[in-house]
Design a protein. Structure first.
Length: 70
């Protein structure tokens, strides 16, 4: 019977490690539109944004302005 491996590392080594498999999860929430109070959204969700911008702000001096608050 052919030996089966769960991971590429196990296949290359010829044996699997004796440890539990670890899974990591992530999620992304994007809220955009005409937002009057961004701080209120952060307070309600209990989260701080990793990035945010206001309508018409520019990414750089030659960039067009953003079309939405986010």
């Amino acid at each position: 019977m052919e030996k089966r491996f769960k991971t590429l590392r196990g296949f290359l080594a010829g044996k699997e490690r004796d440890e539990d498999t670890y899974f990591a999860y992530s999620a992304t929430v994007r809220i955009f539109g005409d937002i009057t109070n961004m701080d209120e959204i952060s307070t309600e969700l209990g989260l701080q944004p990793t990035d945010s911008h206001r309508k018409r702000e520019r990414r750089g001096p030659r960039s067009a302005g953003y079309r939405h608050d986010m």
